[in-house]
Design a binder for this molecule. Structure first.
Ligand SMILES: Nc1nc2c(ncn2[C@@H]2O[C@H](COP(=O)(O)OP(=O)(O)OP(=O)(O)O)[C@@H](O)[C@H]2O)c(=O)[nH]1
Length: 211
């Protein structure tokens, strides 16, 4: 008996964009070093039965908007009232990619110092780390370096994807935003060097969960 609800229509990817198709992957070409080919073919997602699972952890200072970011993505909702996350919360988002069921585990961690100890026990085994800061609070951007360092203690820097997300864009003026963007790009650049990869993979995104 299938007890799972059908996958949402916008989570079904029947066709990959050209840049993600096999033909676009250079490591599949003949003259590549076997070690490169092998590394690229490694399955970096966990599998339970037929299900492929990827774990994403979301970290950052208290009240920067981690829960709202996840709720906007998973439920398309926004709550203006602040309820602190206690320890961790968890959302599972189901996808279907080329006919294969795929689940994204989103771990929403508490930003409050007193819960950090509990939350950090859930960092291990992530395929992606989303580090959130408030675009209107320069200290929260500064603290992202420590959040990243803590998350990388439990994960392999060379295989994890990093995303730096600036939240609450709706609350910043264009001038404030321009200033903050400059600093954020600098931090994203530093994060790339932490990975020590030939082509590191930290990305920087502005976001508003409210709008
Ligand atoms: N205007 C605006 N408010 C936001 C946005 N994102 C979050 N907020 C508000 O900011 C407050 C904190 O949001 P949360 O998502 O709970 O923050 P958090 O990072 O999960 O907080 P902790 O659980 O304590 O770590 C709430 O009152 C939200 O309504 C946004 O994009 N725009």
């Amino acid at each position: 008996m299938n007890i799972l609800a059908p996958v949402r229509r916008d989570r079904v990817l029947a066709e990959l964009p050209q840049c993600l198709r096999k033909e676009a992957a250079l490591h599949g070409h003949k003259d590549f070093h076997p070690r490169v080919t092998c590394a690229c073919q490694e399955h970096r997602t966990g599998t339970v039965g037929r299900f492929k699972i990827s774990k994403v952890i979301v970290v950052g200072d208290l009240s920067v908007g981690k829960t709202c970011l996840i709720n906007r993505f998973c439920k398309d909702t926004f709550d203006k009232n602040y309820k602190a996350t206690i320890g961790v919360d968890f959302e599972m988002e189901r996808f279907e990619v080329l006919g294969i069921p795929f689940s994204l585990q989103l771990w929403d961690t508490a930003g409050q110092e007193r819960f950090k100890c509990i939350a950090s026990t859930y960092y291990r085994g992530a395929q992606a780390i989303i580090i959130v800061f408030n675009l209107n609070d320069v200290a929260s951007l500064e603290h992202t370096k420590q959040w990243l360092a803590d998350a990388l203690k439990e994960n392999d820097p060379s295989s994890v994807l990093l995303f730096l997300v600036g939240s609450k864009k709706d609350l910043s003026t264009p001038a404030q935003y321009a200033l903050m963007e400059k600093d954020a790009l600098q931090v994203a650049q530093e994060m790339k060097t932490v990975q020590r990869l030939p082509s590191p993979r930290a990305l920087c995104h502005p976001h508003s969960s409210r709008t």
